[in-house]
Design a protein around this ligand. Structure first.
Ligand code: GNR
Ligand code: NI
Length: 167
């Protein structure tokens, strides 16, 4: 098992578009394990491979209280969206920043698990929000890009200041 480094906004590599996984094999299962370990250690509820600088369509998620309900999405696609909702989102790649984002309220997602088995999931609530947030990462999009350019500039300045002070 290995802990992976999480890219921090505004790292350019967060804008890379992920490629589909060609074969769900041991390499992908090891990636999933390392991503899950990294997500749990960082106390996140989801992690997209993009965030650890692997540009393949792999997402892990766990919304359970006891961190014992890992969900794996390989080559996920959202096939249906309905309704509108807002949520104050955060991101492991934009630490300490929480902003309201508009999303579809209910979605249907199709994906493969780490054994290569296809599944379809209807989601609402935080699960639907998190799936949309993670699929955005795979498309190279970070949630702050939904905000005004003024807010994005302020967030970048804040993160820069914090990085300076951390030295
Ligand atoms: O840990 C996370 N919490 C969260 C809260 C609201 C909306 C989305 C998220 S996902 C985030 C982990 C992360 O950055 N995934 O990409
Ligand atoms: Ni994120």
């Amino acid at each position: 098992m290995a802990l992976l480094n999480i890219l921090q906004y505004p790292d350019e590599r967060l804008h890379t578009v992920a490629q589909p996984v060609a074969k769900i094999d041991e390499r992908i299962r090891t990636l999933v394990k390392d991503m899950a370990e990294t997500m749990y250690e960082a106390r996140g509820i989801g992690l997209a491979a993009t965030q650890i600088n692997v540009h393949e369509r792999v997402v892990v998620m766990d919304l359970s209280e006891n961190q014992d309900e890992l969900r794996v999405f390989i080559n996920p696609t959202i096939t249906h969206k309905e309704g509108d909702t807002t949520y104050e989102e955060g991101c492991l790649s934009v630490p300490g920043i929480y902003e309201t984002v508009h999303r579809a309220e209910k979605i249907t997602v199709e994906a493969f698990d780490e054994q290569g088995k296809p599944f379809t999931l209807d989601a609402d609530g935080l699960l639907a929000i998190c799936i949309q947030h993670e699929l955005d990462h795979l498309m190279g999009k970070v949630f702050v890009e939904y905000l005004s350019s003024l807010k994005q500039t302020r967030i970048k300045a804040k993160l820069k200041k914090r990085a300076r002070e951390a030295l």
